[in-house]
Each structure stands twice: as C-alpha cells, then as structure tokens.
Design a protein around this ligand. Structure first.
Ligand code: PBG
Length: 327
C-alpha cells in the first residue's frame, strides 16, 4: 500500500518513542500536600484516603525524609487545629498548628520548599472559608484575616503562600501585607480557578472542614463556566499573583489549557483528594492498575499545560519519572 504518512513509524522503538515525546516533566515540578495535626506521636490514616496520613509535628520528619529520598522537595502544609472558632483564630495564631509545622519542616531540611495553603475553613467552627455575617460569608472582612494568616505562615517559615479561599481581592490584600513586612520576595500562588467541586469530599473528611450549613457555591466557581475562569485568572494576575492554579485537575484539562494560553505565569494544577480516592479504591478493588492510572492522569495534566502538579501521589510519580516510565 502506498502511504506517504505513516504515524506508526515513530512508534516502533522505545527509544524513538521517548525521543519524540511531546510532554516532559520531572520531580522538581511536583508538590505534595501534607496534613499536620495537633498532639504528639500521631500518624493517623485518613479513612477516605488510604495511604495518606495526618501527622503530628513530632512525626513529620519521617514523611518529609521519605519525600526527599524520592526526590520530592516541595510540600504544601495544611493544619488541623484542636480547637475551632467562629473567626478561625487558629489560622493566624503565632503558635498555630500549621505554623508549628513550618518551623519543624524548616528544621528537618533546608532542601524543602514549603508552601502554605491560606484559608479559614480548617479553622472555623462553621467550616466556611471566611467570616460569617449572618448566614453569608463576608468577603471584605475576611481579607484582613487571610492576609494575617499568610503573614504568620511566612514568619513561621513558609517559602510561598497559596490562598485557596476564593474571596475577591485576597491576592492583593496578601501582597500588600507581605510587602509592608519586607516579604517582597515571597511569591503568591493563587488558587485562581477553583471550582465548587464534589472532588474535595475526602479532603473535608481529612481536614474536618466541611461547611456546617450550605455549600461553597457563593465563593467557589460554578463548573459550567469557562470564560469566568479566565476572568478569575486575569484578576489574580492584576493583583500580583506569581503563579496561578486550576483545581481540580482531572476533568478540568480544558481550563488548564485555556488559562495557560491566556496568561504568562507558571500554572499549577491540583489533583485533589477525590481524584486520589477514586484511584485508590478502584485499584484496591482490582479494577485498574494504580501506577498506570496515576501516570496517565499526571501526564494528561502536564500535556494540558501544567507546570506545577500538586498531588497526593507525588512520591509515586517522582519514582515513575526517575525510572523513565513517564516524562
Ligand atoms: C481549603 C482547601 C480545600 C482543598 C484545598 N484547600 C477544601 C475546600 O475548598 O473545600 C481541597 C483539596 C483536596 O480536595 O485535595 N479551602
């Protein structure tokens, strides 16, 4: 048969397939989200996230060392306080749980790059991401507390802050307070395009942060919207964000691509707890091969335009990258 183009020609040898690969990645782009809990000698498995744990500060080192051994240097910390209140005071307490976590992680290794998730929901008794006025989340009153939270994380050792609350104007508010305190060089990674998503279910179980009433739809985005995603991303650029994020990752590849094309900042994608839990449970049932699936999911995010991939599978992926299975 006379065929001028035979795409299969480039697939005939493993070396050639790797030579012409379009998506390249390595472990330096991975971020591992880690939960720090109050108390001592605690390493508790999160029921909805098999293989993921909440660590007390004194048990963090074993996990951090394991990550570094695998080549994962970037860690995002989430705090789970012992006490919650209406104004989320644990979020910005000097000796709050996540602040203790940053101090500990800094002491474990200077090679770690630490990112703080800035939000109120793990710290408020009502579980919403901001201050309440009646039944509503008060945007403008929340900004000051978010900025305080970011500053306290940086003072405790966070190298970067990542606001995930979805209040309007929070990137600008955080930037101003950090600058006033001589932290001009601390970058902000904005959860710009964050949807009101059922994929966060297991996280809320992990962080005990489900809203006590209502949902997050008055602040997190409606997943029907594409143009609004660009609006959110561009607003964060204008307010001084240094990196942008799309969240969740799986099911949102179109928006990763879209934001990537319409902005010129590094772009993160967060493969969230529900994505992790689906892979874990389906693999445990024997219906899929866990490693193959997590590789395929990660590559699809990078192929869509991800520069920074935040995932509970960071360690496994780093090993797959190192062995050449992907990347
Ligand atoms: C805090 C926050 C959430 C996640 C990251 N930061 C929960 C939420 O918005 O309800 C979700 C992470 C995940 O599901 O893995 N607001």
């Amino acid at each position: 048969m006379e065929l001028i183009q035979r795409p299969r020609r480039l697939r005939q040898h493993p070396a050639l397939r790797k030579m012409v690969r379009e998506t390249r990645m390595d472990a330096s782009s991975l971020v591992y989200p880690m939960f720090v809990v109050e108390g001592t000698n605690r390493k508790e498995e999160i029921p909805s996230m098999a293989g993921q744990y909440r660590y007390s500060v004194d048990r963090m080192e074993e996990k951090l060392t394991e990550l570094l051994d695998a080549g994962v240097t970037n860690v995002m910390l989430f705090g789970i306080p012992a006490h919650k209140d209406a104004v989320g005071s644990g979020a910005y307490a000097e000796d709050g749980i996540v602040q203790q976590g940053f101090r500990k992680a800094k002491a474990v290794s200077p090679d770690l790059y630490l990112i703080g998730d800035v939000c109120m929901c793990e710290y408020t008794s009502h579980g919403h991401c901001g201050l309440l006025k009646g039944q509503e989340v008060d945007n403008d009153a929340t900004l000051e507390l978010l900025a305080k939270t970011a500053l306290s994380q940086v003072q405790a050792g966070a190298d970067m802050v990542a606001p995930s609350d979805m209040m309007d104007g929070r990137v600008g508010a955080i930037r101003r307070l950090l600058d006033q305190n001589q932290y001009q060089n601390v970058p902000i990674m904005a959860y710009s395009v964050k949807f009101a998503s059922s994929f966060y279910g297991p996280f809320r179980d992990a962080a005990d942060s489900a809203p006590a009433f209502g949902d997050r739809k008055t602040y997190q985005m409606d997943y029907h919207n594409r143009r609004e995603a660009i609006k959110e991303a561009l607003l964060d650029v204008a307010e001084g964000a240094d990196l942008l994020m799309v969240k969740p990752a799986m099911a949102y590849g179109d928006l990763i691509r879209e934001v990537k094309e319409q902005t010129n900042l590094p772009l993160a994608a967060y493969s969230v707890s529900g994505e992790y839990a689906m892979v874990k449970t389906t693999a445990a049932a024997g219906f899929i091969d866990e490693e193959s699936i997590l590789c395929e999911m990660a590559v699809s995010a990078y192929r869509a335009g991800t520069d920074v991939y935040i995932t509970y599978f960071a360690e496994e992926l780093a090993r797959c990258m190192a062995s050449g299975r992907i990347g």
